[in-house]
Design a protein around this ligand. Structure first.
Ligand code: ACO
Length: 327
C-alpha cells in the first residue's frame, strides 16, 4: 500500500508585526487581557499590496526545494484557505502559475482553520489510491483583511501567514497513518463572514454600512465546542490506529487560543512538554497554523525520524479533524 510521506515543509509570514501594545491604541483592550485570555503577544499582518498567493508561493517553493523536487514533479496542488486573492480563480492555480508546476491539477479547499488538515486527508487518499505521487498541500490565510478593526473581541485574535508540505508516495512505514475529518453545519453561524458571497455580493452597496464582509464569531460558544470536538476526534483516531497518548512524540494542535490548546492536551493526557505552541508569536493564522508550526518544528530539530506526530484543528463550519503521522 502507498503511504503519503512529508518530504518537505515551508512557511512564510508577512514582515509587519502587530503587537498587543499596537492593538491597545486601536480598541479598548490590554496586553494583560489578550495574554491571559488567548496567549497571544503579537501577530504578523500583511501590508498594503501584499498578496495571499505570494505568501503561499514562498512557502510552497521552500517545501519543494527541501523535498528536492522540481515544480513539474507535482501532480496536484491543494490550498486550504478562506481568504484567497479573489473568489475565483482558485489560489492553487495562482500558485501553480507562480511556481511553473505545469503538470499539477489544482483545487482549493474551504474548511477554515481545518483547511490544511482536510488537504492532508484528501492528498493521502489520492496517494493511497495511486492517483498521484507528489502533492503540494498549502494552508494559508490573510484574515487581517476581513477583520473588523473596531471589534475588540475578534481583531486581537488573528494573524496572517502560509505553510506548505510536499507529500510523496512511499512504500515504507513512514507517512500518514490515519486521518479523521468531521463537521456539523448546524453551528454554521458560530464563525462566519455574512458578506461578499453570492447571498450578499461585494457589489451590494449596503455591504459596508451593515458590516457584512467581516468576521463574526460567537467566541465563548465556539470555545466550548472546540475543546470537546478536538479531544474527541483525536482520541477516536488514536484508538482506530491502535496507539495510546503515551506513544505520541509531538502534538501540534491548531493555535487558536492557548487555553484551548492546554485544555485539549489535558483531556488527551498528553504531557505538556509534548504539546507544541507558537501562538504567542503568530496569533490564530487559521489554515496556516499547523503547517507553520510543523515547519518550525522541523527547522528547530524538534521532529526526528520515526516520531509519532499528532495534528488536530477546529474552525468555521463547524469543522474539525485529526491526522496521525509517522515522520
Ligand atoms: N479586550 C478586552 N476585553 C475583551 C476583549 C478584548 N480584546 N474581547 C472581549 N472582551 C470582553 C468582553 O466584552 C466581555 O466583557 P463583559 O464580561 O463585560 O461582557 C469579557 O471580555 C469576556 O468575553 P468572552 O467572550 O466571554 O471572553 P472569553 O474568555 O470567551 O475569550 C475568546 C474570548 C478569546 C474569543 C475565546 O472565546 C476564544 O478563543 N474562542 C474560540 C475561538 C476559536 O477557536 N475560533 C475557531 C477558529 S476561527 C476560524 O475558524 C476562522
Amino acid at each position: 500500500m502507498n503511504r503519503a510521506r512529508v518530504v518537505g515543509t515551508g512557511a512564510a509570514v508577512p514582515r509587519k508585526v502587530l503587537t498587543n501594545a499596537d492593538l491597545e491604541k486601536l480598541v479598548a483592550t490590554s496586553d494583560e487581557w489578550i495574554t491571559t485570555r488567548t496567549g497571544i503577544k503579537e501577530r504578523h499582518i500583511v501590508s498594503e499590496g501584499e498578496k495571499f498567493s505570494d505568501l503561499c508561493t514562498t512557502a510552497a517553493d521552500q517545501a519543494l526545494k527541501r523535498a528536492h523536487l522540481k515544480p513539474e514533479d507535482l501532480d496536484m496542488i491543494l490550498v486550504g484557505t478562506i481568504s484567497s486573492d479573489m473568489l475565483f480563480p482558485a489560489t492553487s492555480c495562482l500558485v501553480q502559475r507562480n511556481l511553473g508546476a505545469t503538470n499539477a491539477a489544482c483545487s482549493d479547499l474551504s474548511a477554515a482553520c481545518v483547511g490544511f488538515l482536510y488537504g492532508l486527508h484528501m492528498a493521502d487518499a489520492l496517494i493511497q489510491s495511486n492517483k498521484a505521487d507528489n502533492i503540494l498541500v498549502v494552508g494559508g490565510e490573510i484574515l487581517s483583511r476581513y477583520v473588523d478593526w473596531t471589534d475588540r473581541s475578534t481583531c486581537v485574535l488573528f494573524g496572517d501567514g502560509a505553510g506548505a508540505v510536499v507529500l510523496q508516495a512511499t512504500k515504507g512505514d513512514h507517512g500518514i497513518l490515519g486521518s479523521l475529518m468531521k463537521s456539523n453545519g448546524c453551528y454554521a453561524d458560530f464563525i462566519c463572514m455574512p458578506g461578499g458571497g453570492s447571498n450578499r455580493p461585494a457589489n451590494d452597496a449596503t455591504q459596508i454600512a451593515e458590516k457584512l464582509p467581516y468576521i463574526k464569531m460567537k467566541g465563548n460558544e465556539t470555545f466550548k465546542v472546540a475543546v470537546k470536538a478536538m479531544a474527541d476526534v483525536t482520541a477516536e483516531l488514536l484508538t482506530e490506529q491502535g496507539f495510546t497518548h503515551e506513544q505520541i512524540d509531538l502534538f501540534i494542535p491548531h493555535q487558536a487560543n492557548e487555553r484551548i490548546i492546554n485544555a485539549v492536551g489535558a483531556k488527551l493526557k498528553i504531557a505538556p512538554g509534548k504539546v507544541f505552541k507558537n501562538i504567542e508569536r503568530y496569533g490564530n493564522t487559521s489554515a496556516a497554523s499547523i503547517p507553520i508550526a510543523l515547519d518550525e518544528c522541523v527547522r528547530e530539530g524538534r521532529i526526528h525520524d520515526g516520531d509519532l506526530i499528532l495534528l488536530t484543528a477546529f474552525g468555521s463550519g463547524l469543522v474539525w479533524g485529526s491526522v496521525l503521522l509517522r515522520w
